[in-house]
Ligand binder design. Structure first.
Ligand SMILES: [Zn+2]
Length: 341
């Protein structure tokens, strides 16, 4: 886990989630992860006997002491720039205390799930037939591309014939709207989320922990749980990273990590500087910086892989493989060539 703190992603984005029922004393286990092409990788684990804000905050303080100034890719006590969480008040309060400079975002999946549950509950007072229309309003506000559209959809909702007849829903929408910067995706354009808007990495890691490490059983006691987390869980992640390095992990081939280049012709790519390119798309041109892993298109702006970066990567690979004008250094052993290709 200490090694994961050396990855640059660990200073950019962190996911946090908790679960229980893993030992007889029913401790809460909080997992902190960052993302990588090998999926979520753990940055730290908190074992708490309570899940109140004070306890979590103290756990995070201790984690900061353990990782020191080199933690979170050299950001040390400042922690990561962004944290994606579920809508848990104690957890978010503790994160604000421990990492006051970090921006806390809400997992879009959990937010929609909470809205769905509220609408489908008796407490909301919304009739069955009207629920989908009201849900669609929030969903559209979450996924729309521009900040202005969130405001427009909000004012439209107040005049919406169905929504206007439910005073409770309008109050619920007011409370959501007040926190729009945490959940509306249009507000994330300037953040390096690298295409991550959900807490799915943390969810998946919990499943690994419960299925593969604990084999769906409970640890006998807290020391045993601690031992399993620091021995078997670490070994599991080490093995996974080795699999990715050796090309054995099939999930690495998923489109999420390797977007298609959309048949962008090489003639549409212009190199400006060593790592900077201009890529002509179907409607407009985009600036690509391969060093920063950024592109000016909506997906690439958050640092997520996009077809323009994929096209540049393909072109670079092609140039490397078939370039003949580079003088070949005969003194170097053959294996270095394999590595660089
Ligand atoms: Zn792009």
């Amino acid at each position: 886990m200490k090694k994961v703190h050396q990855l640059k992603h660990s200073g950019e984005l962190c996911f946090i989630d908790s679960s229980g029922n893993m030992d007889r004393e029913n401790c809460r286990v909080f997992l902190l992860l960052t993302h990588s092409c090998a999926g979520g990788l753990p940055l730290g684990i908190l074992l708490c006997q309570s899940e109140d804000e004070q306890t979590i905050a103290q756990g995070l303080e201790q984690l900061k002491q353990v990782v020191g100034e080199k933690g979170f890719a050299g950001r040390g006590h400042e922690g990561p720039q962004l944290v994606i969480t579920d809508d848990c008040r104690a957890e978010r309060g503790a994160l604000r205390k421990a990492f006051p400079k970090a921006t806390l975002l809400l997992c879009s999946f959990h937010l929609l799930q909470a809205v769905w549950r509220w609408l489908w509950s008796k407490e909301s007072g919304v009739t069955h037939g009207d629920r989908p229309a009201l849900f669609a309003i929030v969903k559209e506000m979450l996924y729309c591309q521009e900040i202005g559209s969130v405001d427009r959809l909000y004012s439209e909702a107040r005049g919406h014939p169905v929504a206007a007849s439910y005073e409770k829903f309008l109050r619920y929408l007011d409370r959501l709207y007040a926190r729009r910067e945490c959940w509306a995706l249009s507000y994330r354009g300037s953040f390096l989320t690298r295409g991550n808007n959900t807490n799915n990495f943390a969810e998946a890691a919990m499943r690994v922990l419960k299925d593969k490490i604990l084999q769906r059983t409970k640890a006998f006691n807290l020391p045993q749980l601690f031992d399993l987390l620091t021995s078997r869980l670490e070994t599991y992640y080490e093995a996974r990273i080795v699999d990715v390095a050796l090309g054995r992990w099939e999930s690495f081939q998923r489109a999420k990590f390797l977007p298609q280049d959309g048949n962008i012709a090489a003639s549409h790519i212009q190199q400006i500087e060593d790592k900077k390119f201009v890529v002509k798309g179907s409607t407009q041109t985009y600036d690509v910086d391969m060093d920063l892993e950024l592109c000016s298109c909506p997906a690439g702006q958050t640092g997520a892989p996009c077809k323009h970066q994929a096209a540049v990567m393909k072109l670079q690979l092609f140039v490397t493989l078939f370039s003949t004008d580079k003088p070949r250094d005969e003194s170097r052993a053959d294996e270095t060539d394999i590595g660089s290709n």
